[in-house]
Every structure is written in C-alpha cells, then in structure tokens.
Design a protein around this ligand. Structure first.
Ligand SMILES: Cc1cc2nc3c(=O)[nH]c(=O)nc-3n(C[C@H](O)[C@H](O)[C@H](O)COP(=O)(O)OP(=O)(O)OC[C@H]3O[C@@H](n4cnc5c(N)ncnc54)[C@H](O)[C@@H]3O)c2cc1C
Length: 592
C-alpha cells in the first residue's frame, strides 16, 4: 500500500479552501506584490532563509538552480555559531573514517515517497556505492534480539516461537497475547489501512471521525475487534515502540504503518561518513555564504509609506556576543523548528490565532542518542555476532543500533541507546554534562545493561574511551526532535503552515510537511516555499524551469500546484490591523 499522506494533505487543503470560498468575501484572486506595482522596479528579490538545516540549504540550492534570470538573491541566517546542518548532525570522535555516529538523521529507505531525498543524493553525486551504502535495518544473520522481562530472544527465535503459537515469549503472563505483536496491532489498524487504500474518500471520512483519538484510545475501544486491556496496550507499546508513544494521533500511527507497507521490504541506505556529508556537499555548491551566529529574534513588516501596505519584512538577528543586525527581505523562508520560532517576536505580523496555536501546540517528540567509543568492536565478535541492525529492550537504553558502516574495521563507535518519548525524557534528566556524576552513572548503567543483554560476563570487553549524548529537546537550536502529531493536530496545523503570511512569510522545515520527521519532509517543504515565492511574484518562467520534466528537482508528490496557488492567495489576503510600532523592538536595540 503506498503512502496516503499526499492525498491526506490535499484533502485537508481542499476542505480548507472550500470553507474559505463559501465564506463571506470568498477567496481574493492572486495579486502581484506591492513592490512590483511600481513598474520599472528591477531591484533583485531578496529572500532571507532562516536556518541552515537541510530545508534551508535545499531552498538555497533550488534558488541557485533557477539562476540569475529568476532575479532572486538570498541570505541564509543561521543561529548556531559552531555548526551548520541542524538535525543532520554527525559527531566524530576522531578523524578515523568510521569513528562517528549520526545524532540526527541516519537512514533512508528507498521507497517512492523518499524520491526527493534520493534525487538530491543523485544531484550531489552521493549516489555512488562507496557513499550511499546499505543500512541494515535488521542484521542479515537474524541475530538481532529483543530483551524484555529479563529474557532475550533473537529474531529467528521469536519467529519460531510465533510459528509454534507461543505469543508470550518473554513470559509476561499478559492476558490477551493471542497473536504476534504485529498481528495484534494489525487487527486494530488494518481496517483503516484497507479502506484508505481501496477507497480513499471513504477511508478519509472514517479516519476523520477518529481524528481526535490517540492510538492508545483506539486500542482500548471495541469497534469490530474486542477492546484491548490497559495491560495488553502497555505490552504492545513497550515491545513495538517507546513509552508514551501510543499517545500520538491514531491517524499518525495509521499513516506511519502504511508508509512502510511495501512488499518486498525496501532497501535502506545510509551515507558513509555521516549524514552531514549531505549538508556539506550542498554548502560547497551554494553561491552565497552562510551567515552564522545570526539568531533571528524579531520579524516585522515594512509598510509602503503611501499605501501603508506591507512591501517587505525586516529580520533582526543577534549574535552570541550581543550585536544586532537588521536585514530587509521581500520574502523570508522560516525553517526554524517551531520551538525556536516561538521565541522569535513575530507579533507585528499579527499571525492569525489558528497559526499562533499551530506554532505553540504542534507536538515535537523527544529523542536522545547516546554513543560510546569502545576500545574494540565487541558486538561483532560475540558468539552471536551483531552485524548492523538493532536490538530492543525494556531496560532504560531501549534500543541499541549496531553500525552498518565500518563493519570489521578497528573503529568501535556505536549508538548504545536510542530513545524517544518518555524514555528519552528520563534519559535526558541524567545527561547533565559530559563529566558530571549523573552522566557517568548513566554510561555505567548502560554498559551494565549492554553486558546483561548480550550475555557478557567479562566487563573489560566493554572498556571505553569516550561517550557523547545528544538530547534534542535540550538543544537550543532544535527545541525537540521532530514533529509527532498529537490527536487532531494534522488537519488543523497543515493548512495554516502551508499558507504564506502576506505571501511573504513562508514556512518550511520538516514539521510543515506531511512527511515530517524525515529529511524528505524538510526537502519537500523547502520546494513548496520556493514555489510559493515564484507564485507570489508571478514568475511563470521560473515555475516552469523548476517543475518541468527536465528539472533535476521534480515536484514532490505532496505538492499540488493548484492548491498551492490558492494557499498563496489566501496568505496574501492577510491584513494588518494596526500600524507597525517601531518601539516594540526597543528591548533588543538595548543589547545585553
Ligand atoms: C534523532 C533523530 C533521528 C532522525 N532520523 C532520521 C532518519 O533516519 N532519516 C531521515 O530522513 N530523517 C531523520 N530525522 C529527521 C531529520 O533529521 C530532520 O527532518 C531534518 O534534518 C530537519 O531539517 P530542517 O532543516 O527541517 O530543520 P533543522 O535541521 O532543525 O534546521 C533548522 C535550523 O534553524 C536554525 N535555527 C534555529 N533557531 C534559529 C533562529 N532563531 N535563527 C536562525 N536560525 C535558527 C537551527 O540552528 C538549524 O540549523 C531524524 C531526526 C532526529 C532528531
């Protein structure tokens, strides 16, 4: 079954646009920018790209592709003085080729909706076999295992147990384990999945009637199947996910399940050398430098003195040292994660209440990766060697990810714990600084659990050199790991963030795409933002250049040009109710 997210997104926008068309005043037609009404104005169109994560970098790459005929020039303003790439973050313990781990994005399945990502790899010439290498989702030997209730079972042992009708391999005595975990979840989700795949319209209506429900709610309800008990739901959540993850929207869980429903199972890939090879490769191609240490703190409209209509946007930034700079742009593309955006003063733009609510409430999940640089690649030397893939447990570390790169090499760095949701928040409370007592304790606890899980008696095998913890909620440049929607959020938020305010303030970044939490979502959103700019500017030639069949950047499936045009028209109709009062920016002009 293919991903239904694009259809889902189109459906939300159609309903939103019909609602506007039927309301008093209807939808105003697209109008050219105020600036352009002044014939003969040949000033370049200045675009401020806020954030140099993959969405910001890709937007710049697209603008560069359009070339000077587009009349567009850009600045990239990045808050982080030390690093570019945002949540594409590779930590290297040394210069040795495999002595690294990806703290953010690390794997890419080759499935149709990942098209934009793989096209980008091709454009950047990263699709060579020595760079785009296989990522083992499961280890090819079947030795990856699950360790719950102090019992370890390898994937092959679990398969055998299930085939023999033993559905409680971890001896939990949970009532209702009448099937495998996948089948128990499938029984509840499959009716929706089938309906959406066979008749999207009917499936959509069913799904929307349950849009306010969480996955946990749905499992506890007895429509078509018996309600699952709290005990059974907790078991399923523990084995299949992370603690608290079933509080996410049911619609999200269903679409997630459909996203990966491919037969045969797709191949997964990773970038040899780390995910930031992608961002660095874009940076090398950009025509404009990136302005680092420029944290955006306020965005205000600039009004035409004669008509009092907004003509551009002023972006104020501050450096770590406290110096402020203001820059003026015809458009801004904000790729800042919403936690960061909400710290920016946008009050003078008078965002609608619904948009403000979207920015404030969108649920970002927690995620932490803990990596240890060991003295030896011990996991590949066990009686049951672990060659890539991952093992899971109910111990605090939850998931161990064995590297798919550097197999058999001397470099011995591994992600010893990858947690989400409440598991990550708890882990994060111990991550109090590299040399702090609590962090040392955490590392020792993880090593103890690793030894237990892998049946290691001699702890010296796990001697280590260093460790690194990346907690995405504690990262001031991310304020969360990725969007994971709470019940009801998708339909109410997507329509707001795909509607550029005044046709000038464009939202991009993973959270503003149907494929949130993936690099492809960031890329698709950046593509939409650039398309919105071209639509607002009425630049048909450049729209054609970007979207024509010969373009190396094909229009992503979630973007429908007609719907985007109407979203831009709706965005243009945003009116400011009061004149901009420059004194509201007074606090930042004081510096620190
Ligand atoms: C733990 C984890 C695992 C993941 N795994 C995968 C995976 O395996 N595969 C996959 O495809 N995707 C994965 N993702 C998702 C992927 O990493 C993200 O979707 C993507 O990198 C986000 O890019 P972005 O440009 O949208 O946002 P970001 O990368 O967050 O970029 C936003 C930029 O804005 C900057 N910024 C913030 N505030 C300001 C400000 N005030 N002024 C100026 N700049 C500012 C930030 O410093 C940052 O550089 C993962 C993410 C995480 C966290």
């Amino acid at each position: 079954m293919p991903s239904v997210r694009p259809q889902y997104a189109h459906r939300i926008l159609i309903e939103h646009q019909i609602h506007h068309a039927m309301s008093k005043g209807g939808i105003e037609p697209l109008s050219p920018p105020e600036r352009k009404k002044n014939e003969g104005n040949k000033e370049p169109i200045r675009v401020g790209i806020l954030g140099a994560g993959i969405a910001g970098l890709y937007a710049a790459l697209l603008i560069d592709y359009l070339g000077s005929e587009s009349g567009i020039v850009y600045d990239i303003l990045e808050a982080n003085p030390d690093r570019i790439g945002g949540r594409l973050y590779t930590h290297r313990f040394s210069d040795s080729p495999n002595d690294y781990f990806d703290a953010g994005a690390m794997r890419y399945p080759k499935i149709p909706w990942m098209k934009t990502t793989f096209e980008l790899f091709k454009y950047l010439e990263l699709d060579r076999p020595e760079t785009l290498i296989p990522y083992h989702l499961n280890d090819p030997l079947g030795n990856n295992f699950q360790h719950f209730n102090n019992i370890s079972k390898s994937s092959s042992q679990l398969q055998t147990a299930n085939a023999q009708g033993d559905f409680d391999p971890f001896r939990t005595k949970v009532v209702g384990l009448t099937d495998s975990v996948d089948d128990l979840l499938g029984k509840k989700l499959d009716p929706f999945k089938r309906m959406l795949a066979e008749d999207f319209q009917m499936g959509w209506e069913d799904l929307m009637s349950a849009d306010q429900l969480s996955m946990r709610d749905w499992l506890a309800i007895g429509i078509e199947t018996k309600p699952y008990s709290e005990q059974l739901i907790n078991y399923l959540e523990t084995v299949a996910g992370s603690t608290g993850l079933f509080n996410c929207a049911l619609s999200e869980a269903i679409m997630d399940a459909m996203d990966f429903d491919y037969q045969p199972a797709p191949d997964w890939f990773t970038i040899q050398g780390g995910g930031d090879v992608v961002s660095n490769s874009i940076i090398q191609r950009l025509t404009q430098p990136i302005r680092q240490d420029c944290r955006v703190i306020a965005i205000t409209p600039v009004l035409d003195p004669k008509t009092s209509k907004p003509t551009s946007l002023k972006v104020a930034t501050i450096s770590k040292a406290g110096s402020t700079v203001e820059s003026e742009y015809a458009h801004v593309i904000s790729t800042m994660p919403f936690g960061c955006l909400s710290m920016v003063d946008t009050s003078a733009l008078e965002f609608s209440w619904d948009l403000q609510t979207a920015i404030r409430t969108l649920h970002y999940d927690s995620a932490i990766k803990v990596a240890i640089k060991f003295k030896q690649r011990w996991w590949e030397k066990l009686t049951r060697p672990q060659i890539g893939g991952s093992s899971t447990t109910d111990r605090p570390l939850r998931t161990v990810v064995y590297p798919s790169y550097g197999i058999g090499s001397e470099d011995a760095t591994m992600i010893v714990s990858y947690t989400w949701a409440q598991d990550a928040r708890r882990m994060g409370s111990y991550a109090t600084g590299h040399d702090s007592a609590s962090e040392q304790l955490l590392i020792e606890r993880i090593k103890f659990d690793l030894a237990d899980m892998h049946d290691i008696d001699d702890m010296s095998i796990l001697d280590h050199v260093d460790h690194k913890i990346v907690d995405w909620y504690k990262d001031e440049y991310a304020s969360g790991a990725f969007a994971l929607l709470a019940p009801g959020q998708f339909s109410s938020i997507y329509r707001e963030v795909t509607q550029p305010v005044m046709g000038m303030f464009h939202f991009a970044g993973e959270a503003t795409s149907v494929h949130h939490a993936w690099v492809v979502g960031s890329l698709n959103s950046a593509y939409r933002a650039v398309l919105e700019i071209l639509i607002h500017e009425g630049n048909l030639a450049m729209i054609d250049k970007l979207t024509c069949p010969e373009s190396p950047f094909q229009q992503p499936d979630e973007i429908n040009s007609m719907l985007t045009i109407v979203q831009v028209a709706l965005g243009q109709s945003h009116r400011l109710s009061k004149p901009v009062d420059p004194s509201h920016r007074h606090w930042l002009q004081q510096g620190y």
